[in-house]
Design a protein around this ligand. Structure first.
Ligand code: S3P
Length: 175
């Protein structure tokens, strides 16, 4: 079995769904953002503020290279911007089935109300920023993924079940 990676925009529920999936599948779970924060001993906002986004993106690639070396099964939640680099998409493809959790601007706005941990969303007009980013990223996420799953208005259990059904029935590869 390959690993299973969840990609998608901030607030799509990658960590929540990933954790639930890993429990059902009885495999390990990891989150690339947490991996980076642990290695760096500082939070993502500080990494962005002190060393910039490019530096953070390099750390994401380092994380994937290390994951590629680990042979065991597992579920991974990938930071929202991780699939933007072609190099990262290639690394992901080598090691994992890739599921895109597709979320709307409205859901993101609601879920991340008051959130201050995402440096890219600390802007005056958050709604426009989210809309623009989703527009740019959506085709990239779609292209990177084996399967896309809509999350708006759905319970975690339902999303987990859809992914598990696809996974167990060999439905990956059908977008
Ligand atoms: C980012 C998403 C964040 C985190 C960083 C940048 C992005 O992860 O990696 O703030 O560019 O979309 P989540 O998607 O887990 O929020």
């Amino acid at each position: 079995m390959k690993k299973l990676v969840l990609i998608g925009y901030m607030g799509a529920g990658k960590s929540t769904v990933g954790q639930a999936l890993s429990e059902q599948m009885q495999v390990s779970f990891m989150d690339t953002d947490c991996w980076i924060e642990e290695k760096q001993g500082r939070c993502i906002s500080d990494i962005f503020a002190e060393d910039g986004e490019d530096y953070f993106r390099k750390l994401e690639t380092d994380c994937l290279k290390e994951l590629l070396e680990q042979k065991e099964n597992g579920v991974i939640s990938a930071g929202g911007g991780l699939p933007l680099r072609e190099e990262n998409r290639e690394l992901l493809r080598k090691m994992a089935y890739i599921v895109y959790l597709q979320v709307s601007k409205e859901t993101v706005l609601e879920r991340l109300k008051g959130d201050s941990s995402r440096p890219l969303l600390q802007v005056a007009d958050r709604e426009t920023r989210i809309a623009e980013m989703i527009q740019v990223r959506h085709p990239i996420y779609l292209e990177a993924a084996d399967t896309a799953v809509e999350v708006d208005g759905r319970e975690v259990e339902e999303i987990v079940k859809e992914i598990l059904d696809l996974f167990l029935n060999g439905g990956f590869g059908k977008k």
